[in-house]
Design a protein around this ligand. Structure first.
Ligand code: SF4
Length: 244
């Protein structure tokens, strides 16, 4: 297989390689209910999952239902989500979204794309996250990583996330849409960085036309090999002191 083969021919090998690299991908946001995932995903815009996971325990302890969020004051929600950035907009979106959930859906987060994208502040990206990770309905989430890697891999030429999603849908088997999104996001964070993709050690090197990549940063010493799977930086392990 060469990088200039048609996308449809390369995708099975790309999927298999990603599955080997990231066998058990999961959503990076902590949640227990569809409502919590919806709120956490709204907060994750322009913010890391880690930061969101720091603020949501207190938020979800104070507001347990959509009605709780709908009745909350703007200031009280702002105060709890301030560190996620764009906090005024996010607090307002959460409150308005929850108000609509109460008024239109009896307080329960709806489980279809059509209904979700009609909620204030909820776009296709947020809706697909909720569908895929809270309801088990496959969805392709096109965030900045999925968009960037899809273009570099030659799976789309589009920048618009909705057009990227529509290009990916016929290429990736539907049952794999959610896991594919998680795996591509992980690969974007760990290897195919926005500014300096590590093409030289990337396991997808042989399959990737590297569209738009001008400066790979690592030597091609491990071309075709699987990169390590550093899900988290391990903490230093301190040796126990010898008994005195
Ligand atoms: S790191 Fe390089 S080879 Fe790997 S997916 Fe990104 S652009 Fe392609």
């Amino acid at each position: 297989m060469t990088p200039d083969a048609p996308a449809a021919d390369r995708v099975p090998a790309i999927l298999a390689t990603l599955a080997e690299l990231y066998p058990e991908p999961r959503c990076g946001l902590d949640f227990e209910t569809p409502l919590q995932l919806l709120v956490a995903t709204i907060l994750s815009a322009q913010c890391t999952d880690r930061r969101v996971n720091l603020v949501t325990p207190a938020l979800f302890a104070k507001y347990r239902t959509a009605a709780d969020f709908a009745k909350a004051t703007q200031k009280s929600v702002e105060k709890l989500v301030k560190t996620t950035g764009f906090f005024r907009n996010k607090a307002q979106n959460i409150r308005l979204c929850c108000k609509a959930i109460v008024e239109r859906h009896g307080g329960e987060v709806p489980g279809t794309l059509d209904e979700l994208v009609k909620l204030p502040g909820v776009g296709r990206k947020t809706a697909n996250v909720v569908l895929g990770d809270a309801f088990g309905t496959p969805g392709i989430t096109v965030d900045t990583h999925v968009g960037r890697l899809s273009r570099r891999l030659g799976l789309t030429t589009h920048v618009d996330p909705v057009k990227v999603e529509y290009d990916l849908m016929p290429l990736v088997p539907q049952p794999e849409w959610t896991t594919f999104s998680h795996r591509v996001i992980l690969h974007g964070r760990q290897v195919c960085h926005a500014r300096k993709p590590d093409c030289g050690v990337c396991a997808l090197n042989d399959l990737c036309p590297k569209v738009g990549v001008t400066a790979p940063t690592s030597p091609p010493t491990a071309v075709g090999g699987l990169t390590p799977r550093p899900t988290r930086t391990p903490k230093a392990v301190r040796k126990p002191r010898a008994a005195s």
